[in-house]
Design a protein around this ligand. Structure first.
Ligand SMILES: *Cc1c(COP(=O)(O)O)cnc(C)c1O
Length: 385
């Protein structure tokens, strides 16, 4: 079975880091729930000493995720936020970061309420226009941090154009690829220096474990992040590593189905007379439909739509039965949420208004159920508004 990095995506997902156990032949990677490793003699061991530093199940997962994103190495952390924080621990007081103004809600919370206190400065711009990024970069800028598509507005940023600016200005481009997964978007191939994921979402895919990863393109990043794993300790447990290793085996088929269901649901919503607007990069009316086709190989299953008011959104969310009202995304089950009071509550009313998040907006992470059932469910719930 070909297992090299040139193999197809699904083959790599199932085979890289997923080799049968050398000792027993077990096809599924063993979980090593150990805190420490016996050493043969002083200074001589089998490559493992203490589990905060490394663990064989984690080694396998990191190899696998690096191969899926086209990086040279990956470093996993206890959650997506822990992974993003790990990148920022490489900065010093006085360093500056340029980032998108429509990010996952937890990211500005970390930046403004934790890291700003250590003297790191943040500038928020609309990264869907590369000129805004270029203008915001200063002498002390270390990183440009981009999510594409954004959450919940599904705006895209042109990664190739931004990476050119970053290269020219010698600033690292970090891309949060959680929404698309490496199956539909490959930021490193488009010029990104690092890719982060909340593996909690599509990579694990079953809403049963938290995790985060940083995929690196140069050994220096991988070394520094391994040091952060060891020094700060927000590592991923062996069981969580195993869950993700299991999850990625079906990533390709899940993403195909997520994408297919997402397109059907987006088209249904776009036709529905109670729905004022649909935000989905796979609809030709999306303002960046052309960029979506160029930079992504699918459109995924994240859709935001406008119901017109808070009371309409409330009625709809109360009536859904197949869709579950819950935070998070990327699981096999369809999850529906209300950005203004859930994921983006911390932004405040003014902050939300500035970027265009309204009280009537509903976000849906379309699962891999039978799409007719999801559509029927939304249809009966929309009938009540
Ligand atoms: C969920 C999410 C995060 C944070 O990840 P956790 O695993 O919840 O810590 C970061 N970025 C995006 C885009 C996310 O959806």
């Amino acid at each position: 079975m070909p297992k090299n990095r040139q193999s197809g995506f699904a083959t790599r997902a199932i085979h890289i880091g997923q080799e049968p156990d050398a000792e027993t032949g077990a096809v599924s990677a063993p979980i090593h729930p150990t805190s420490t490793y016996v050493q043969q003699e002083l200074g001589k061991n089998k490559g493992y000493e203490y589990a905060r530093v490394s663990n064989p199940t984690r080694t396998r997962l990191e190899e696998n995720l690096a191969a899926l994103e086209g990086g040279i190495a990956a470093r996993t952390f206890a959650s997506g936020m822990a992974a993003i924080n790990a990148i920022c621990t490489m900065f010093k007081s006085g360093d500056h970061v340029v980032c998108g103004n429509d990010l996952y809600g937890g990211v500005p919370r970390l930046f403004n309420q934790v890291l700003a206190g250590y003297g790191i400065e943040f500038t928020y711009v609309d990264t869907s226009d590369v000129k805004n990024v270029e203008r915001a970069i200063r002498k002390n800028t270390r990183m440009v941090y981009v999510e594409t598509p954004t959450n919940p507005l599904m705006a895209l940023s042109d990664l190739e154009a931004i990476s050119k600016v970053c290269r020219h200005k010698k600033v690292e481009l970090v891309v949060d690829n959680t929404f698309m997964s490496p199956y539909f978007q490959q930021p490193i191939a488009l010029g990104a220096d690092m890719v982060v994921h909340s593996t909690t979402k599509f990579l694990n895919g079953h809403s049963d474990g938290l995790g985060g990863v940083v995929v690196c393109t140069i050994p220096e990043q991988a070394e520094k992040l391994a040091f952060v794993q060891k020094a700060a300790g927000a590592i991923l447990s062996p069981f969580e590593c195993w869950l993700i290793l299991r999850g990625v085996k079906t990533l390709a088929v899940r993403m195909e189905r997520h994408d297919r269901n997402g397109r059907f649901v987006a088209e249904f919503l776009a036709r529905h007379k109670k729905v004022r607007k649909v935000f989905y990069p796979g609809l030709p009316e999306h303002p960046q439909y052309e960029l979506a086709q160029k930079q992504m190989s699918g459109f995924g299953s994240m859709i935001t739509f406008e119901t017109g008011s808070l009371s309409n959104a409330k009625k709809l969310l109360k009536k859904v039965r197949v869709c579950s009202l819950a935070e998070s995304l990327g699981g096999v089950e369809t999850l529906i949420s209300h950005p203004a009071t859930m994921t983006h509550a911390a932004l405040g009313e003014k902050g939300r208004r500035q970027i265009g998040i309204t009280d009537g907006m509903v976000r849906i992470s379309v699962g891999i159920e039978n799409v007719e059932d999801i559509i029927d469910d939304l249809d009966q719930a929309l009938a009540t508004i």
